[in-house]
Design a protein around this ligand. Structure first.
Ligand code: FE2
Length: 296
């Protein structure tokens, strides 16, 4: 890792148990370093040019400029945990592309916690519990967790209604859960009992990120119902999240911004920030080693 002054300057101002300083979200030099060190040297769902390796995994294309283990190994147990959703078999029913005036890390941070849900997402809060979730034990380069559907809701829709259908291969508890998976650094896979939504991040500048959201349905369900309930729900939720991230970007860009303490239920977010901080400091790569595969 190069002794680049931009990340080291941010690393020097990190405070334990607190959010990143404002410079982490605003500096052009730091952003360029992140693209080279955190994005080009990971498997991402983007081909940013100069990719040396490409792969197809979870039904989509991945690329990297580094010599890395295959995505199935790099992302540890992510593939196993998503296997019940049969991603390669799903059909995209809608894709929306939004340019969000926020640093890519703020969008990641927003995804990794639900403290903001009660105030930011009135519709989501009616159909999914916003607290009391559990983090996954992630063994590869990803983070995530689970939140339960409320008793009155069948799935993530604006009124909680949904089809009498769920992915056939799901574990019993997954039928009543919303499962959030962030494949670092650039892909979110949100898995409902009956459909999947994928957000792909594409950092543009330190203060702007393109987000491509795709709704995925199983062909069997698509033959029986209109996916509009899912498109409407996440269209609403995305707009709320993007506005919240843009508001935070304005806050961290203020010279008077002081990083606040992290909450007790923000463990996945804290892990992400620790990895970013370690990468800035050059004390560790922002990656966990892939585990040795257990015998089946
Ligand atoms: Fe949100």
């Amino acid at each position: 890792m190069t002794a680049d002054p931009a990340p080291r300057a941010v690393a020097a101002s990190l405070l334990p148990g607190r959010a990143l300083p404002g410079a982490a979200y605003t500096g052009a030099d730091l952003f360029a370093w992140e693209m080279e060190m955190l994005w080009n040297r990971a498997w991402t769902p983007l081909d940013r040019g100069g990719a040396r390796h490409r792969a197809h995994w979870l039904g989509r294309a991945w690329s990297t400029t580094a010599d890395l283990p295959a995505p199935a190994t790099w992302f540890g147990n992510l593939g196993e945990l998503l296997s019940g959703y049969d991603l390669p078999a799903l059909t995209p029913v809608e894709t929306r592309c939004d340019e969000v005036a926020a640093n890519w890390k703020l969008i990641m941070e927003n995804y990794l916690e639900c403290y903001h849900c009660a105030t930011t997402h009135p519709e989501l809060s009616q159909v999914q519990r916003t607290r009391g979730g559990e983090d996954f034990v992630a063994t590869g380069n990803w983070l995530g967790g689970v939140l339960e559907l409320r008793n009155t809701a069948r799935t993530m829709s604006l009124d909680g209604s949904g089809p009498d259908w769920s992915f056939p291969g799901l574990a019993e508890d997954a039928v009543r859960q919303v499962r959030y998976h962030a494949a670092l650094p650039g892909l979110f896979v949100t898995a409902m009992p009956d459909y999947v939504v994928v957000h792909r991040l594409e950092p543009l500048t330190a203060a702007a990120t393109r987000v491509v959201c795709t709704w995925l349905f199983h062909p069997d369900l698509l033959a029986a119902c209109d996916p509009g309930y899912a498109v409407d729900f996440w269209g609403t939720t995305n707009a709320q999240d993007y506005a919240a991230c843009e508001s935070v970007q304005r806050g961290v860009s203020n010279r008077r911004y002081v990083p606040g303490p992290l909450g007790t239920e923000e463990s996945a977010l804290q892990r992400f920030l620790e990895e970013i901080g370690a990468a800035y400091a050059g004390t560790a790569v922002a990656r966990r080693p892939a585990p040795a595969r257990a015998a089946a």
